[in-house]
Structures are given as structure tokens and as C-alpha cells.
Design a protein around this ligand. Sequence first.
Ligand code: PAF
Length: 283
Amino acid sequence: MQTFTTVKALRTELNLQKCEGNSIALVPTMGNLHAGHIKLFEEAVAGADFVVGSIFVNPLQFGADEDLDAYPRTLAEDKIKLEQSGCHCLFAPPAAEIYLDDADVQPVIRVPELALDFCGRSRPGHFEGVITVVNRLFNIVQPNQAYFGLKDYQQYLVIQRLIAESYLPIELIGIETQRETSGLALSSRNNYLNEVERENAAQLYRSIQTVAEQILKGGGDFCQLESNAKEELITRFIQPDYFAICDATTLTRATPQDKDLVILAAAYVGASRLIDNMRVQLY
Ligand code: PAF
């Protein structure tokens, strides 16, 4: 696997690949790779001729009080995992390669309406940072396909809108959330959990599952279902940030007439903020 740290060197390689008629897939990450990321790479390797993995801890998507400095940087271990996944090339740029100078570290792209609530509300500026860096990575790599995890469902929809509104010729591929046997969604932030917190954290998915089952059985009082779930989380030492039943396309609050739903949840377990979701289709 080749590693590039500059746009120029990466582009030289990508031009060669494109001249040979190879399709390009991009898997953007912030590193600290776990089995959830590796699944993205395996799918990308199966779906494209040449896979670029990017590792860049994007300062623009972290709030002032968030964990940018503490965010785990594990490049040496990540490289080994990428090699094993079959990834062809790693792009691991320094910040100055993505944001040309300090004045450039500003979001430049308007986020769509569906980015404003949930993680957008709890983490002001987060999606502006995500969309800005993903847009730059798309411009740099110009991939045929891009792979993202569906654990970050709202992020996935934000990127879907970016691609649609910018008419980018990129096929967006969402990969199902990978889970521990307890049901806990794999996330780099699970590393911050101690043993007890890890056990408690699995309740987030269990509560989502319970609500999904109730909806499938005809439970139509969504407000009540949401508030029961939040109460249950609190009894398990989880502090809910949001727990919402939404239309899966617009992320507006679902009505009993909606058929394609997503349950979105974010919660604090100890100091870690975890997110999860489940799609519920009523047809
Ligand atoms: O999901 C992530 O890891 C990040 O938000 C992403 C898409 C790599 C952008 O920095």
C-alpha cells in the first residue's frame, strides 16, 4: 500500500490509475480504525479497482469544548489494518495540505436543512466542518464511489445532499453499522469507555430496538415512545442528548402516516457522547 501526504503526489498516482481505466473509491476516515471502518474498506475493495483511504483528523468539525486534542491518533496501527483490508493507497495529509492557511480554516459550504437539528444542534458547526472537508476530499480524489458508515446517519444524508446539490458524479455507498455482540455500535469513542460504561452503553441500542419493535407493532404515539426510551436510558446511567423518531429522508419528526422512518439517538455514557440509529420501514 502506498502512502501519500501531499495532494500533488496523490493526484499523480490517481491520474495513472484513471489512464488505465481503473475506477476509484474513496473511504474518508479520521483514523483510529476499528472493525466498522475495515468493513467500509472491504466493501470498497470489492466494489472498485483502486481504493484510497484518507486519514485526517479534521479540526473544523470539532467544537471548542470537544475532544480534538484527545482524539486518538494511531497511524502506525491504522496502516497495518489498511494493508490487511486490501486498501491500495493511504492519503494522510497534514492540516496545511487541506486548509492552506489559518484563514482558510472556515466552513465554506452551507449545510442543508436536515443538518440543523440533532447532532447539528448539539454540536454547532460540526456538519459545516464535515461537509467542508468531505467536499475538499472529493475535489482532491474525484472518486467514482465514496463509502461512509450508516452509524452516522445524519452525516450520511448531509453528504448525500452535498453530492446531489453539487452534481458530483460520485456514487455514495452507505455501509451498515458494525456492532459488538452486546449490540453497542463500533465507534472510536468507545475507547473512552471503562468496563462498566461499556456495559451500560449497550442499552442505547437496546432502547432503539425496543422502540422499533413497538412501532412495527403499530405503536403510533411517537412522543410517548421517545420519552419512555429516554427515561429508560436514564435508569441505566445514560444521559440522553436526543432520541427521535424521524422521517428517514428529511429527518423531520415522523407522523403516523410516514412509512420510512429512522430512530436517531445520541447519549452521554460517562464523558463519551455516543450516537446510534435504526431504520424502520413500515411496508
Ligand atoms: O465520519 C468521519 O469519520 C468524519 O466525519 C469524516 C467523514 C471522515 C470527515 O472528517
